[in-house]
Design a binder for this molecule. Structure first.
Ligand code: ZN
Length: 145
């Protein structure tokens, strides 16, 4: 394992359009800009939101869907490589019109109403994911391949 720190690379502030799939748009942005490692954050609002809770025994996500307007209170995550392609892993916290807060692992199909997104590229040792049998998750490995 390398203790060499990452250096900050390019910094992006951008928005995606109403109706766009949040996770797909983030990953497409990373592919287009060749961002292989970085930090993601954002705020905004969703039209519908798909998020998950990882069942540690069954090793699968329990899927939640909120259909309706919600505020994105927090979107936090990172970018690394899976099978050589930039992959965004992010968690989202939303507030509904009733003032209830919920959230979890961001899943595909989340449609934004509006969004203000931030990506800080990190430059350094390649960070890639591989299946970890103990958890059933694709976790970071320091093995280069
Ligand atoms: Zn997650």
């Amino acid at each position: 394992m390398s203790d060499k720190p990452y250096l900050t690379g390019r910094t992006y502030l951008f928005k995606i359009s109403k109706g766009d799939d949040l996770l797909a748009a983030l990953e497409d942005f990373c592919v287009e800009n060749q961002i292989k490692c970085g930090l993601v954050s954002g705020i905004g609002a969703t039209i519908s939101c798909n998020y998950g809770f990882y069942d540690q025994k069954k090793k699968t996500y329990i899927k939640h869907k909120y259909d309706g307007a919600a505020e994105i209170l927090s979107l936090a995550g990172n970018v690394s490589l899976r099978d050589g392609r930039p992959m965004v892993h992010a968690h989202i916290m939303i507030e509904t019109a009733e003032g209830k807060v919920s959230g979890g692992h961001l899943m595909g199909g989340t449609k934004v109403f509006a969004s203000e997104l931030f990506i800080q590229e990190l430059v350094g040792e390649e960070k890639s994911r591989k299946l970890d049998k103990a958890t059933g998750l694709f976790l970071w490995t320091n093995v280069k391949n």
